[in-house]
Ligand binder design. Structure first.
Ligand SMILES: Nc1nc2c(c(=O)[nH]1)N[C@H]1C(S)=C(S)[C@@H](COP(=O)(O)OP(=O)(O)OC[C@H]3O[C@@H](n4cnc5c(=O)[nH]c(N)nc54)[C@H](O)[C@@H]3O)O[C@H]1N2
Ligand SMILES: Nc1nc2c(c(=O)[nH]1)N[C@H]1C(S)=C(S)[C@@H](COP(=O)(O)OP(=O)(O)OC[C@H]3O[C@@H](n4cnc5c(=O)[nH]c(N)nc54)[C@H](O)[C@@H]3O)O[C@H]1N2
Ligand SMILES: [Mo]
Length: 696
């Protein structure tokens, strides 16, 4: 029996450090690592379920070739790695000769973190070029809004909020999505802090709040400007902080003039007294922290909304001090970026035709189909499940089926794997050593190889190595492209750590990380304590010329209604009157985990949450099956009556599988956010009707 330090590489705030017990090449126990101050209290149920996940018979452990056509039930047969690599190489050479290398579409998403993820793009670059994606499904509108306003995406270390006296969880639901944070929220509350939650749903987090405000979805920007109006009217602002650190305050004052409480109450659909209560709290309680989640920026006005929220921290002087600040994303551990390897820089859309073409991840299906020069013929997917997770599933499937050949590297038979011609088995987190960073705390961590993988599983790095050899490249050429020899991936990680150490004067080695997590060397425990903002003006920019230039938005954080929303003038509003939200779920990380027995025991499965008023209007009762539809598609879900949900909204978590009929992205639109090229998932109007009565 041995115990190893490792970390959870899922795309999740917490990015827990773990101690994992291994017996006879089996994972038998998972514990929290005591040295990570953010996650030492315990791992979540998903983390515990790795014991089952690692040994699961549902895992794909050999290359599998499709033997059925698309019109029949998908069927696959096992083939050897030699056959698989040979098949791929022949396809690639032929298609590159006929169409050029960009006929290959390389799609990778957020299934796992790790520095070795970059090897994929290096391989396709060696190949001569490829088509890739731009944008991100997750958080980019808010990242860009924070960068434009503050210069950097960073915040105080997680435990600092225990010192806060006023905590505003704005569109964030840590009780489900960042459970480790609840400990520090609890500490703050025991110290007397007030907790405000702003969310159209009465979430598990909202149940703990002193004040829960439920605005109409997509109206938070107006609410923030309305709070600004009251703060200014009562002079509850920090004039000295503003004079020294804020650009564009007089313009902001003019902007908020029309956001009087009556207008804001009407726009957001909330009582005036709640607006006044929140403004009163923010104007009088210090220090205060505003923590925004990522759900709220998945609208066509998401970036501007986030800018309007940060402005509240700026005008009240709640930045750069303990217990205060703006929490969105903490990229202080992403410190390899400034020392970026030249092998990873890639000139996008180079006109000579031997480079990368980029298409939008938010508009994936449409953009895939519209490529003509060259048309896309070959798809390689790893660490992603676009059929389930990208907007407009029916379009995504149409585009995937339109191709000539599809390779999917996967652990399990996902919706996307079911579309493949060839499935290659993927490693798990316990089967290859890598280094990972986080976006909530700022620890650098190792994710260790602690078990031998099943005989026919290869990590992506080795798949690429073998494929490159088969394509006829010499070992020297492959190494030169930055693709490590299969036995030398750890050497590559060590050399990356060494160049990082050179840059920062630090001394982080793999051996050190094997003992426990290490805070990134330049971590500022209190972000912006030095009041240095790397914006064009060097100040916090409420007025941002760059925002206007880059994204064609108002240079001020003005509010406008989202495109497909109950508050906008949308021609389809009468046909589709309900706003559909598709938040994240405690028991899964997007499309991962809920196929496991341990998780099934606690997870209720996909269901449509609905207010009883909206349900009664449609003669729906609990457990009835409802048809949820719009012009993009339909899904059938059991009804869950939830009077904590704002009337006019319905909700079902994303991540459930399309193959079970529960994929919510059948309904969402392939549409970008106002900045950052994110996906506006929640700009989504639907109608609901009875499909069948409950048989319970
Ligand atoms: N409607 C709606 N849709 C959403 C969202 C929403 O709020 N609403 N949220 C969006 C957000 S925030 C995100 S981040 C995305 C997430 O969407 P994706 O990035 O697609 O993430 P996952 O579903 O977590 O994982 C994708 C796959 O990676 C596989 N995988 C895990 N580890 C490895 C590995 O080491 N190698 C390989 N080859 N595969 C691996 C998993 O088995 C899984 O099937 O979804 C987005 N989709
Ligand atoms: N258990 C678990 N943890 C996760 C993940 C997971 O899938 N499962 N995913 C990880 C990832 S990749 C991400 S991006 C994060 C996301 O973490 P969060 O941002 O906390 O999660 P979301 O569920 O996307 O959105 C948070 C809340 O925003 C609310 N919301 C939606 N629209 C609006 C609006 O217009 N206004 C307001 N005020 N609120 C609104 C939703 O009701 C939801 O409760 O979580 C990470 N952690
Ligand atoms: Mo995400």
């Amino acid at each position: 029996m041995s115990i190893f330090t490792t970390s959870c590489p899922r795309n999740c705030y917490s990015t827990c450090s773990m101690l994992v017990t291994v017996e006879n090449n089996r994972i038998v126990r998972i514990d929290a690592h005591p040295d990570n101050e953010a996650t030492q209290a315990g791992v979540c149920l998903k983390g515990l379920s790795y014991v089952e996940r690692q040994a699961s018979s549902k895992r794909i452990t050999e290359p599998m070739k499709r033997i059925s056509s698309y019109s029949s039930q998908p069927a696959f047969e096992k083939i050897s790695w030699e056959e698989a690599i040979d098949l791929i190489a022949r396809k690639l050479i032929f298609l590159r000769d006929v169409y050029g290398p960009q006929t290959v579409f390389y799609y990778a998403a957020s299934g796992t973190k790790g520095w070795l993820n970059r090897i994929g793009a290096r391989f396709w670059r060696l190949f001569g070029g490829y088509t890739g994606i731009y944008g991100d499904l997750c958080w980019p509108a808010g990242l860009e809004a924070s960068r434009l306003t503050l210069g950097d995406n960073k915040h105080n270390l997680p435990w600092d909020i225990a010192q806060s006296r006023l905590l505003i969880m704005w569109g964030k639901n840590p009780a489900e999505t960042n459970v480790q944070q609840m400990r520090f929220i609890g500490e703050a509350q025991s110290n007397g802090a007030q907790l405000v939650v702003i969310d159209p749903r009465r979430t598990e987090t909202a149940l703990k709040a002193d004040l829960h405000i439920q605005p109409k979805p997509g109206t938070d920007g107006a609410l923030a400007l309305g709070i600004g109006y009251i703060l200014i009217q009562h002079n509850w602002i920090d004039q000295e902080f503003i004079d020294q650190n804020v650009l564009g305050y007089p313009d902001y004052v003019r902007l908020v003039e029309k956001y009087n409480p009556e207008f804001v109450a009407e726009t957001c659909g909330i009582p005036i007294n709640q607006i006044e209560l929140l403004a009163g709290a923010l104007g009088s309680i210090k220090p205060a922290t505003i923590n925004a989640g990522y759900g709220m920026q998945r609208y066509t006005n998401g970036g501007q909304t986030i800018r309007a929220l940060i402005a509240l921290c700026a005008i009240t002087g709640n930045i750069g001090k303990p217990g205060s600040g703006w929490i969105y994303a903490n990229l202080q551990s992403h410190i390899f970026d400034p020392v970026k390897d030249p092998l990873d820089s890639y000139p996008p859309n180079k006109p000579d035709g031997v480079a990368r073409i980029s298409i939008s991840t938010a508009k994936l299906g449409y953009d895939m189909l519209s490529q003509v020069n060259p048309p896309l013929q070959f798809l390689w997917i790893e660490r992603g499940n676009p059929v389930a997770q990208n907007p407009e599933t029916n379009k995504t499937i149409e585009a995937i089926r339109h191709l000539n050949y599809r390779v999917v590297v996967e652990e399990v038979m996902t919706d996307t794997a079911l579309e493949a011609d060839l499935i290659l088995p993927a490693k798990t987190l316990f089967e290859q050593t890598d280094v990972i960073t986080a976006y909530w705390h700022s620890y650098i961590q190792v994710k260790q190889k602690i078990v031998e993988q099943p005989e026919h599983v290869l990590p992506e790095t080795e798949i690429y190595w073998r494929l490159a050899l088969k394509l006829g490249y010499t070992e020297a050429e492959i190494l030169n492209a930055g693709i490590p020899h299969p036995g030398e991936t750890e050497k590559l990680l060590s050399s990356m750590l060494a160049s990082m150490n050179d840059h920062y004067g630090s001394s982080i080695t793999l051996e050190k990380l094997e003992a426990g997590p290490v805070l990134a060397p330049t971590t500022q425990p209190i972000a912006f304590e030095d009041l240095q903002f790397s914006t064009p003006s060097g100040k916090i920019e409420l007025f941002s010329e760059e925002a206007a230039r880059r994204w064609n938005v108002d240079p001020l954080p003005a509010w406008s209604p989202p495109l497909e929303n109950s508050v906008s003038e949308n021609p389809n509003k009468s046909r589709f009157p309900l706003q559909m939200m598709t938040p994240n779920n405690k028991n899964s990380i997007h499309s991962q985990f809920h196929n496991l027995d341990l998780i099934k025991q606690v997870d209720p499965g996909a269901r449509l949450s609905m207010n009883s008023i909206d349900a009664a209007d449609r003669k729906l009762q609990a457990d009835d099956l409802a048809r949820v539809y719009n012009d993009r598609g339909q899904i059938i879900l059991p009804v869950f009556i939830d009077d904590g949900l704002r009337s006019g909204c319905v909700s079902c978590p994303n991540g459930y599988w399309h193959q079970h009929g529960s994929g919510v992205n059948v309904l969402s639109a392939a549409r970008e956010t106002d900045m950052g090229y994110g996906a506006a998932f929640h700009d989504n109007l639907v109608q609901v009707e009875k499909w069948r009565e409950s048989r319970k």
